[in-house]
Design a protein. Structure first.
Lengths: 133, 120, 158
């Protein structure tokens, strides 16, 4: 057990990802490895740790999930716009029929897009899960 | 993620301008016997061009300008609305609106086909 | 003001033209009336058109003076440049002197034997009626056009 000056609870640059459960042993050794610049000499470093100097989070990068979340947010915005323009139409506030129709059609198309993205993602997941090793 | 194409934005604007044109035409028709009333109109092609430029450069769309129509004969009671001209404008705007709706529907069905591309 | 507001506008024009036609019909019916309920000969009437809805309620006055104030009633328009319809401001009587014809045996003859007839020219009235009919038809076709536009706008969403 190497002497450590500070007691790091999290490796710099990590999020509360899979490393949240890492024991203090491993995080201490990795901190020493980073400060001394030595190669892996401690022997118990988790290979999942990111190297010093990189800015990638240690949590599993999920660009597709982010994309899907952003798309859902956009569809929500489109739906809100459609709702408000339909309300404007029926309350006599001067919204034109074609404006309300266009807004509701765009919202429905956005929803179809996100739905088919989700179906594809689900199918891909199931395909991966069904793989035999 | 954008669900709209520039063309569908332009078609939506086309429908807006046609609606505005019909509003002006029906206002003129309603006031055909009002003494002193001057016919209102707008420059449809100019407004459409401005809208297309604004959509291309991703700016917000300008409000259409309503102007007094010139070149019309003023009758003794001060009214210069011409029944035939307004009737023609009405028919034209109405048909153009139908054209715009059909083209916009075509755009939307293209997008939907792309979304459902490999639905079996 | 959307398409439904425009139907109101065309409707107000049709109403005004119909009133004009009714006034013309009254003139033609009374072309020879020498004694009305007031005892005087009939005087030719004509209508005065004016922009606006003729509504003297507070909401419409506010809507007319403040561009951008949206009145809760459908007829208020926030466009200050588009007249929200047309209405008959007044039905005025002609101030022209009546025609005098010499007929001493008539019960309505005055001291000199002249009878006062209203100065109504049937040709003028017919032309007026034709104008009213044409304008009525024009605004009726405007209502048809507006209906057709709303119907085709509904097709956007299939």
């Amino acid at each position: 057990m190497l002497p450590v000056n500070s007691a790091p609870t999290s490796f710099p640059g990590t999020t509360q990802g899979p490393l949240a459960n890492v024991t203090s042993d491993v995080s201490a050794s990795s901190l020493v490895a980073s400060t001394s610049g030595s190669s892996v000499g401690v022997g118990s470093i988790d290979p999942g740790l990111s190297l010093p100097g990189t800015t990638a989070t240690v949590a599993t990068p999920a660009p597709f999930a982010d994309l899907l979340e952003e798309a859902v947010g956009q569809v929500q915005k489109l739906e809100d716009q459609a709702n408000s323009s339909i309300e404007g139409l029926i309350s006599g506030k001067g919204v034109d029929v074609h404006e309300a129709m266009i807004a509701s059609q765009e919202a429905s198309m956005g929803f179809e897009l996100v739905l088919s993205l989700r179906n594809k993602a689900l199918a891909a997941y199931q395909q991966v899960m069904g793989m035999q090793f | 993620m954008k669900i709209v194409t520039p063309l569908s934005e332009e078609l939506a604007r086309f429908l807006d301008l046609n609606t505005r044109q019909i509003q002006l035409t029906t206002a003129n028709m309603a006031n055909i016997d009002t003494p002193g009333y001057r016919a209102l109109g707008m420059d449809f092609e100019g407004e459409m061009q401005r809208a297309m430029n604004a959509i291309d450069s991703e700016q917000s769309l300008p409000e259409p300008e309503v102007v007094n129509e010139d070149g019309l004969i003023v009758r003794p009671d001060g009214n210069n609305v011409s029944m035939d001209r307004e009737g023609l404008n009405l028919a034209e705007a109405q048909l153009r609106f139908k054209v715009g709706v059909t083209l916009l529907k075509g755009q939307y069905s293209d997008i939907m086909n792309a979304i459902h591309a490999d639905a079996k | 003001m959307n398409l439904f507001g425009m139907i109101n506008q065309s409707g107000s024009a049709m109403q005004a033209e119909r009133m004009r036609a009714e006034v013309v019909a009254a003139n033609m019916a009374n072309a020879e009336t020498t004694r009305t309920a007031a005892g005087t000969p009939y005087r030719r009437q004509h209508v005065v058109f004016a922009e606006g809805s003729g509504d003297t309620s507070f909401a419409s006055r506010m809507g007319a003076s403040l561009p951008g104030f949206a009145s809760p009633v459908l007829q208020g328009s926030s466009d200050s440049d588009l007249a929200p319809g047309v209405h008959i401001a007044a039905v005025v009587q002609d101030t022209a002197p009546p025609l005098k014809r010499y007929d001493p045996g008539h019960p309505d003859a005055d001291a000199e034997g002249y009878v006062s007839y209203p100065d109504i020219n049937p040709l003028t009235e017919m032309v007026d009626l034709m104008g009213a009919t044409r304008a009525y038809g024009l605004n009726a076709s405007a209502v048809q056009a507006e209906k057709s536009m709303i119907t085709s706008a509904l097709e956007i969403a299939k």
